[in-house]
Write a protein that binds this ligand. Structure first.
Ligand SMILES: [Zn+2]
Ligand SMILES: [Zn+2]
Length: 490
């Protein structure tokens, strides 16, 4: 124990330090020197991990590389070896579910851990100064992410698939010799990248084993954001949970989890976005637990989104649109999203339910997990059922004094005339239709779209309407783009 070499700079609660800092403050900084006398030895740097730590992140730097000093890294918790990254990583992270490759995920026991510095080379006369910065995450109220930085810092529209399954649940595909096998998660990410998607959420049923694979893949897929997801799958419905890696007890109907709202409250406390999946799917022996039949009904205030479009089910009795619109008519503000529900990553792109079919397109201030989740919450979102890479549906509503985007609320008097500017790209020959409180509206008949880029103007007196949204349909009548509502209050 070379505790004399450890300078503990601070172990503090950073109550007042600015929220503007991009990186979390360090909870602990270990500094010291490695001298020539320590060549070819292992130096243990002990440090204390507090109880309740959910994630441990360490970054390490040292001087003397120009003099060929080389320092390796490894880690032991109070009981066991947790990994060795040698000289190949300067930062790493571990949590219950996932760890940087080289390290083992698992619970993080409180007590004395040791960061091991191996010294493969330091010249006799050289002194190398090292700094280890250690951060403990103790509360999971913020969205979890597999990357510390945004993959794209620009504001804009980002396209993704929010519902897919892999080997970690019931995703399957053909092996090298043609056998049906659990389908490796990598193939899902690869298919999404090939389709030009910006983000995906892999939503295996109830489990949390997928996150370690995603931790490994995220640096490789540096244009494809991997959003932590899972499909909470109960006997009375399925719902996606985004942005959380901790276990959520899904066993609704048991003593600890009396009903659906109980697990939803837990997920919400962890900062999750919750979306009800395929709510109008059949239930019973056709598809066990698939339709949303929660009784007592779940608290819809805990829900952010409804999967209006699932896989190839865009319209008809099993599509989720009517369920979603009933919730909107009941006064809830819920974002309509889509998800492929893909269970076979190599499925050809032109088949329903292939990766990216449908695509959910989200306006976000950057490409990061918190920003995409905030974008879903804000409701400036549309679903592209055509899996294009460029189609756009954006809406701005105006009255004399204000304007509002999809997901926003326009405060209007019932006599106000409201104008809707509907910006559409990539849909020449299609038509745009207005939906008011769940129905087509005589005052705003459908309009043809003449150009590849068009802004159509619709207007009507606010009257008693509570929300207005727009769809785009092809010349064959098929739904191409599904828009989210602008809400009206009177
Ligand atoms: Zn499902
Ligand atoms: Zn599913």
């Amino acid at each position: 124990m070379r505790s004399d070499r450890i300078l503990l700079l601070f172990l503090a609660v950073f109550l007042a330090i600015s929220p503007l800092r991009a990186q979390p403050p360090d909870d602990l900084v270990l500094q010291g020197n490695i001298t020539g006398a320590q060549n070819n030895t292992y130096v243990a740097l002990p440090f204390s991990v507090p109880a309740g730590t959910l994630r441990l992140s360490i970054s390490f730097d040292y001087t003397g590389r120009e003099q060929k000093t080389a320092l390796d890294l490894g880690l032991f918790d109070p009981q066991r070896f947790r990994g060795w990254s040698g000289g190949n990583k300067s930062s790493f992270t571990l949590s219950e579910t996932d760890a940087t490759p080289s390290y083992l995920p698992g619970t993080l026991p409180a007590g004395t851990w040791r960061l091991i510095v191996g010294v493969p080379n330091i010249r006799a006369s050289v002194v190398s100064h090292y700094t280890a910065r250690i951060h403990f995450t103790r509360a999971a109220t913020q969205p979890q992410s597999f990357t510390a930085t945004a993959l794209n810092s620009s504001a804009g529209w980002y396209r993704g698939d929010l519902h897919m399954h892999t080997a970690h649940s019931d995703g399957s595909c053909l092996s090298q010799s043609g056998k049906k096998v659990p389908c490796p998660l990598f193939l899902t990410a690869e298919a999404a990248a090939a389709r030009g998607l910006d983000f995906i959420a892999i939503t295996d049923h109830n489990t949390i084993s997928q996150y370690n694979d995603e931790r490994e893949l995220q640096p490789y897929f540096d244009k494809l954001l991997l959003i932590p997801g899972r499909e909470v799958t109960t006997f009375h419905g399925h719902a996606n949970v985004f942005g959380v890696t901790r276990f959520i007890d899904f066993r609704a109907g048991t003593q600890d989890v009396p009903d659906e709202s109980a697990w939803m409250r837990q997920a919400a406390q962890y900062g999750a976005v919750i979306s009800l999946n395929h709510p109008n799917a059949p239930s019973g022996e056709i598809c066990m637990g698939c339709g949303w039949t929660a009784d007592p009904p779940a608290d819809m205030h805990l829900v952010t989104a409804i999967e209006a479009i699932n896989g190839g089910i865009s319209e008809g009795p099993y599509a989720g649109v009517s369920f979603w619109e009933r919730q909107l008519n009941a006064g809830f503000h819920l974002t309509g999203i889509g998800g492929s529900d893909n269970h076979n990553a190599p499925k050809p792109p032109d088949e329903p339910g292939s990766v990216g079919s449908p695509t959910t397109v989200v306006y976000a201030h950057e490409l990061s997990v918190p920003a995409i989740l905030d974008g879903i919450r804000s409701g400036r979102v549309f679903v592209d059922l055509t899996t294009s890479r460029n189609r756009l549906l954006d809406v701005t509503a105006h009255d004399a004094a204000q304007s509002a985007a999809m997901g926003d609320t326009l405060h209007a008097s019932s006599r106000d005339t409201i104008r809707f500017d509907v910006h559409i790209i990539g849909c020449a020959g299609s038509r745009a239709e207005a939906i008011v409180d769940g129905k087509p509206d005589d005052a705003m008949p459908a309009q043809s779209i003449g150009n590849e880029e068009a802004v159509l103007h619709f207007s009507e007196t606010a009257g008693a309407a509570h929300w207005v949204r727009f769809n785009v349909r092809g010349a064959d009548g098929k739904l191409q783009l599904l828009g989210n509502p602008v809400y009206l209050t009177h």
